[in-house]
Design a protein. Structure first.
Length: 212
């Protein structure tokens, strides 16, 4: 019996199964997640991440990230201090925000594992293509809530579940490092539970603001 890795509910049902993995869904927060028995180990997970080639000089990659940075920049004060959580081997979003006058700290479990940056507080946090990789999303979510100052922002990028029919042909689930899948209803559940202001900027960009 598995509980929800996000809200800890025990009300879990089978959602979908393909040749490689079974997917379960929480009936409380509607998170879809891979059966924990079928997740990669840390060595295999990192080997997959090592294949990523994120180049800060790649204009296409910058355009991709600007879908998070642009709305964040219109909402934060000048000279804000941010944390790019899960920045990967080639931090780029942090550079884009520094170019606009903000101070950035970096954290990544494999590539920037400096836990000292998790001992301070921030005006905003960004996590692009991160949240779908989390084995313990509840712990990381609570960590973000503790790290961001009252009135601060959390900017996320992740593709969201629509329904089972769309999920069946969804390429996003085929990445073996993708283990949890949020929907709009999942974010709405979290926003209501944690008293966060929620904005869906696009189909895969989500902003949340902590109460003042």
């Amino acid at each position: 019996m598995h509980n929800c890795p996000l809200c800890q509910s025990l009300d879990i049902k089978h959602y979908y199964e393909d040749k490689r993995r079974e997917y379960l869904q929480c009936q409380q927060c509607e998170l879809v997640f891979v059966n924990p028995d079928q997740r990669l180990d840390a060595k295999a997970e990192k080997a997959h991440y090592d294949l990523h080639e994120n180049d800060p000089n790649d204009e296409g990659y910058r355009r991709f990230l600007s879908r998070v940075s642009d709305p964040i920049l219109t909402r934060i004060a000048p000279n804000s201090h941010g944390l790019d959580f899960g920045c990967g081997p080639g931090p780029t979003l942090s550079l884009m925000l520094e170019e606009q006058g903000h101070t950035m700290s970096l954290y990544d479990l494999y590539y920037h594992p400096d836990r000292l940056v998790l001992d301070t507080s921030y005006d905003f946090i960004t996590a692009t293509e991160v949240i779908e990789h989390l084995y313990e999303p509840n712990k990381v979510w609570q960590q973000w809530l503790n790290l961001v100052k009252p009135g601060g922002w959390i900017g996320l990028m992740t593709k969201m579940v629509i329904d089972v029919e769309a999920f069946a042909s969804w390429h996003y689930k085929n990445d073996l490092t993708h283990v949890v899948f949020f929907s709009r209803k999942t974010f709405q559940y979290l926003a209501e539970r944690d008293q966060l202001e929620l904005e869906f900027i696009s189909n895969d960009v989500i902003l949340l603001r902590k109460a003042q």
